[in-house]
Design a protein around this ligand. Sequence first.
Ligand code: COA
Length: 260
Amino acid sequence: MSDVILVEHAKTDAGAVISTVTVNRPDKLNALNRAVLEGMEQALGEVRDAGARCMILTGAGKAFVAGADIAAMQSMSPDEARGFAELGHRVGHAMEAQPYPIIAAINGFALGGGCELAMACDFAFASTKAKLGQPETKLGVIPGFGGTQRLLRRVGVAMARELVYTGKMIDAAEALRIGLVNSVHEPDALMGAARASAEMICANGPWSIELAKKVILKGRDKGLSDANRLEAIAFGRCFESPQQKEGMQAFLEKRPAKFD
Ligand code: COA
């Protein structure tokens, strides 16, 4: 694994693996260049191979990720820029395609590609020090790693327009208010909160979580009846698994379920 992406695995008391992936380029506020994006792709595979049941994504130093690397982009041709955007999209889709949920722990600046990376996570927690935004239009470009599309799905079209057109930075409280993050924590408590949430996820049926992740993602862009059709199929598939038997039997026997 490259040194710009750090991967750590930890076990819960019950033995489930929670992986923490840290973007580690603090001198450049973790700006995303090709090496970082390719490192992320590799890290996702490593986390999957470790059998992790949840992943936490954060940044080293004072930033989560302050955007795509402006120095690397400055002299790109239109074709190169398009290819770079496609690489960013590939990473976002790979995050969404993982069987395990990913929680963003936004410790500081999450701007441009950083905000886009956070939105490709299943949900996000922020530190009181976090600052979020899509400032690309200040640089004469638009969000290119899925920001125009995931932002409107996350916060609604009018709010997405305002954030993209003005390029303004918002603080954690505002990000919470508009639904860009789920909760806000003191800086020292952020990772603990993300881990506590990951541990709650790990206590539940992994197959049901994988299916829920798929259905929520796929259903989001469909009409309600089509989306509910996907839900019914996935609900049925839960019953193919011993995890459903164990989960329901444990309830009836008044004991905690053991999914491992
Ligand atoms: N791409 C490349 N380098 C970046 C970067 C980015 N997106 N964001 C920060 N850096 C670099 C700075 O150039 C600086 O490098 P240097 O020390 O070699 O000069 C270093 O990270 C520290 O950043 P600095 O600007 O000195 O920190 P700051 O605390 O004064 O300001 C920000 C923080 C986030 C407000 C500011 O760095 C910024 O506006 N970054 C760009 C945000 C952006 O437009 N992102 C979208 C890109 S498409």
